[in-house]
Design a protein around this ligand. Sequence first.
Ligand SMILES: NC(=O)c1ccc[n+]([C@@H]2O[C@H](COP(=O)([O-])OP(=O)(O)OC[C@H]3O[C@@H](n4cnc5c(N)ncnc54)[C@H](OP(=O)(O)O)[C@@H]3O)[C@@H](O)[C@H]2O)c1
Length: 249
Amino acid sequence: MNLGLEGRTVLVTGAAKGIGRAIATSIAEEGGNIALHYQTSEKEALETANVIEKLGVKVALVKGDLASIDDVQTMKKTIEKQLGTVHSIVNNAGYAQYKSFFKYEPGEWTREVDVCFYGVLHLAHTFMPDMMNSNEGKLINIIGDSARTGDRNLIISGAARSGATSFLKSLSQEVGRYNIQCNTVSLGLIDQGQEFDAAMLEKILKQYPLKRLGNAGDVQGIILFLLSAWSDWITGQVISVNGGQSMIG
Ligand SMILES: NC(=O)c1ccc[n+]([C@@H]2O[C@H](COP(=O)([O-])OP(=O)(O)OC[C@H]3O[C@@H](n4cnc5c(N)ncnc54)[C@H](OP(=O)(O)O)[C@@H]3O)[C@@H](O)[C@H]2O)c1
């Protein structure tokens, strides 16, 4: 199946390691050029860029804090010089603190909102006008299912991402006429070598009808599909990739 990603430029945020790295690599395997964003993980970003370059596509490394509109605008200039216009964005970066609301000091919640909510606005406001001019584009925002179901220990990032999801629904109505699709991918727990003791793992897996954690491949598949022309009539949607842990109608 040809996904039509050859020669396209995709910005993947938080792509130095983890799920972002897996996403960027799979897009490169389909021939897409990668604007590889990182914030602090420079060494890992360089390693990922090396791997991707060997796949025969172009890579531009871009550093920035998504909470800063200035950084995001500078990222755009850097990418343009090296790769030209960004066709699509996968916003994989995120910042969450795992604790009860009452363990926060006032104001300590700001950063999660700045990254997980305003970061999405910064990306859309900076990159989408070019997509509108070229009458095509895709923006995919990755969130955790906690933003849909609630999670008392992911209370701020969940709320911020719920706001971003609402924003993308409304934005998809605004930019649909320019053939731009905005969708949200909502993840369950992805296995990245976290160490769970057997009892904890058993407790977690009880919540998953498919009886396993997710893996990078589970995420890569949906992202490649949503970046491809095969998803051109899908916009404003939230798609959970979560082993059935939550089933939201
Ligand atoms: N892993 C899971 O089970 C799971 C479950 C549900 C949802 N998710 C979501 O899936 C995404 C990927 O998960 P992950 O576990 O691979 O990675 P992660 O550690 O949660 O975060 C991904 C990247 O976000 C970047 N980041 C953080 N704050 C930033 C900021 N202010 N500006 C720019 N970038 C920033 C970091 O880049 P640097 O390292 O370069 O600083 C980090 O590598 C995240 O959004 C995560 O919340 C993951």
